[in-house]
Design a protein around this ligand. Structure first.
Ligand code: ADP
Ligand code: MG
Length: 482
């Protein structure tokens, strides 16, 4: 049986009263009225929008803690806000709106101490007496997107292990055997979303922990900058202070040896100190190419969990949740059509949904099956497919009628060498893969070999007409996919 909302709120007030000044208590808590308790969600009524925002800004941490204390970990808070009714025809009947806790504040990190590099020339500035010598306070933005939370991440057979491992990590970061937690899947299946959700869960449960989400590319660029500016120590110190480090798309570090070195160093430090590491990748660790073995072996210490393509029911639930969050109504038959048309990539499915909504609102037309079918037809046909190194290899080999595995073999036969070089050339121009990644996929060559291949092909195309013609034909084959 659920407890009465008055009792629950009275319990909360008792704790809150002990934790804040009497004047704050009477200003901000006495005017609140509890209104209901349904499914562990306690609704409290507040006198105005401003009041609501103030509570969210200043007291959300305390409110959350007390609610959890009274209602258990599932306990939640919702507001019923009395709106300004002066413009209402009947001013004596104020109306209210409901609002969830936004928890914006919770997604901030507390300031951390950053050692100042004493070797650096700080000019003649007078030291600030309020700063501990050798340390400066630093605010690290966690870079978390608040809508990518667990509430919005639909559970299904496709993600059961990854999701529950993620939740466990969010509830006890650094304390489970899932360290690092590695989430891998094909494109558009929810890696980034789940990674953020874990970070948000940590912030909700442990507001004092410093969480940082960083895409691998950004990590790489920061590192390159630090080398250029000669402050690598600051870079390393910065990452060593993080309690929960989330590195997205780690496969982007393929072939970047220096960046991998420094990440290895940071990884070890964090892991040894019981800090949590979460990594995402487009492949299982065993299949990752261009990543140093010592780093790969670290990735295998924890848990690697994959995200599969969601089934029909899960895809439907994902779309419905999105529509619900955006406050949009859509006929069930249209939802079903989208879910049946786009089956392998959630991001594409959401893209189709947005196109349909845009079509309907721009042309002021109702969302019908007909309109959706029209949009989907175009969408499915024209959705750009990603061009991979493997795809390019296949096009080149098909063209010359040579078996694709020849490209990977150590042979100096002219036609094979040329096919391999062409594959490298097109891969450089049409994929986002790094030179090192391309090399490792084309007969385990290094990045210098790829560069050399590109130069050779360019020279040949400028001097040999027949070669240029073949090249153009292959290029057209590749472009069919775009
Ligand atoms: P990835 O990082 O694997 O390429 P994303 O995390 O960017 O994929 O997901 C693509 C889109 O699909 C995002 O908008 C995300 O919110 C959505 N999505 C994927 N899986 C789910 C899920 N299980 N529940 C809700 N939304 C999902
Ligand atoms: Mg992603």
């Amino acid at each position: 049986m659920e407890r009465k909302y008055e009792t629950v709120w009275a319990g909360c007030l008792k704790v809150i009263r002990d934790n804040i000044s009497p004047s704050s208590f009477s200003t901000w808590f006495v005017p609140i009225k509890p209104v209901q308790l349904v499914n562990n969600v306690l609704t409290i009524q507040v006198p105005s929008q401003f009041f609501y925002e103030w509570l969210e800004e200043h007291y959300i941490g305390l409110l959350k803690k007390t609610i959890k204390k009274e209602l258990g970990p599932e306990g939640r808070l919702e507001y019923s806000i009395i709106m300004d009714s002066s413009r209402n025809s009947n001013p004596s009947a104020p109306y209210t709106v409901h609002a969830p806790t936004l928890n914006k504040q919770a997604l901030k990190n507390p300031p951390v101490n950053m050692p100042i590099d004493l070797n650096k020339n700080n000019g003649n500035a007078i030291p600030n007496p309020f700063v501990i010598p050798g340390l400066k306070k630093l605010n690290i933005a966690p870079q978390l997107i608040d809508s990518y939370n667990f509430d919005n991440f639909i559970q299904g057979d496709c993600n059961r292990l990854a999701r529950s491992a993620g939740l466990a990590v969010g509830q006890s970061p650094g304390k489970t055997s899932f360290n690092p937690l590695l989430i891998y899947s094909a494109n558009g299946l929810g890696k980034t979303h789940l990674a953020h959700a874990i970070g948000i869960e940590v912030k909700n449960n442990f507001p004092d922990k410093t969480v940082l989400y960083v895409p691998s590319e950004q990590f790489t660029n920061q590192f390159i900058d630090s080398v250029r500016n000669n402050n690598q120590n600051d870079f390393i110190h910065f990452y060593k202070m993080i309690d929960v480090l989330i590195v997205d798309d780690i496969h982007c570090l393929a072939g970047k040896e220096k960046t991998q070195d420094v990440f290895f160093h940071i990884f070890n430090h964090l892991h040894q100190n019981g800090k949590q590491i979460i990594i995402t990748s487009d492949m299982a660790p065993v299949e990752m190419k261009g990543i140093e073995p010592r780093l790969l072996s670290r990735f295998k210490w924890g848990l690697a969990a994959d995200l599969q393509v969601p089934d029909f029911e899960t895809r439907t639930a994902i779309l419905q949740k999105k529509l619900y969050n955006d406050g949009v109504d859509m006929p069930q038959e249209v939802i079903e059509l989208i879910v049946r048309s786009i089956t392998t990539n959630v991001r594409e499915m959401e893209g189709a949904l947005i196109s349909i909504l845009a079509q309907s609102s721009m042309n002021k037309k109702e969302i019908t099956l007909e309109l959706a079918a029209k949009v989907l037809e175009k969408f499915v046909k024209h959705s750009p497919r990603e061009i991979t190194v493997e795809y390019i290899q296949k096009m080149v080999c098909d063209y010359f009628e040579i078996p694709i595995d020849k490209i990977h073999q150590k042979t100096r036969k002219r036609e094979i060498v040329q096919a391999r070089q062409l594959a490298m050339f097109f891969a450089k121009n049409y994929t986002k893969s790094s030179l090192a990644a391309i090399g490792s996929k084309c007969g385990k060559k290094d990045h210098a070999t790829v560069l050399h291949a590109c130069k050779t092909i360019k020279n040949l195309s400028e001097t040999d007409k027949n070669f240029k013609k073949a090249m153009d034909e292959i290029e057209n084959l590749i472009k069919v996919k775009m």
